[in-house]
Write a protein that binds this ligand. Structure first.
Ligand code: ADP
Length: 159
């Protein structure tokens, strides 16, 4: 059984992430989305809230599971029994950072490979931070996230 993890912050999950999840779930038998519990990043949503949103938006994909993790990504992959790690690439700016992390991870554990999926051009411009910024200024984020996530973002920003 080919298992992969898709780690990230998902603060919040966007249509760009969902596109990567759908494509990765058709490449692997089992895909575990790993929501990074990284306090240093001071996310808008707690890790529990991010996991809940991901579970909701992936509920119709049968071979996808959502978990949270802290610590090293390769350790999380090993715990999940996965030997592949999926990341999305949007632009050359992503590439430099991602290449470095992928090489570092391979040194830490040569059994785990990083698989890059290039963005769907429809979502090449899309990031969680731009969603938060547009929403904070009262802009329409319905083209960037699902209606459920849109509602969660508005609820959060009202508080
Ligand atoms: P991180 O903090 O780990 O970068 P993100 O939630 O921002 O977490 O992104 C998780 C992964 O999804 C990264 O590999 C990122 O490049 C990818 N990604 C984010 N947005 C998009 C998008 N619009 N299209 C394709 N991949 C994306």
């Amino acid at each position: 059984m080919k298992r992969a993890i898709y780690p990230g912050s998902f603060d919040p999950v966007t249509l760009g992430h969902i596109d990567v999840i759908k494509r990765a779930s058709s490449l692997f038998d089992w895909l575990i989305i790993g929501v990074l519990n990284n306090r240093a990043k001071s996310p808008l949503f707690s890790v529990e809230e991010r996991v809940k949103m991901l579970k909701e938006v992936t509920k119709d994909i049968p071979n996808v599971e959502v978990k949270s993790f802290g610590g090293l990504t390769v350790d999380f992959a090993r715990e999940c029994g996965a030997n592949a790690l999926v990341r999305g690439l949007r632009a050359i700016t992503d590439f430099e950072y991602e290449l470095q992390i992928a090489q570092l991870n391979r040194v830490i554990d040569p059994n785990i490979d990083t698989v890059f999926l290039t963005t769907n051009l429809k979502y090449a411009y899309l990031s969680s931070s731009s969603v938060k910024e547009v929403a904070a200024y009262g802009g329409d984020i319905s083209h960037f996230v699902t209606p459920y996530v849109e509602n969660e973002v508005h609820k959060k920003l009202k508080r």
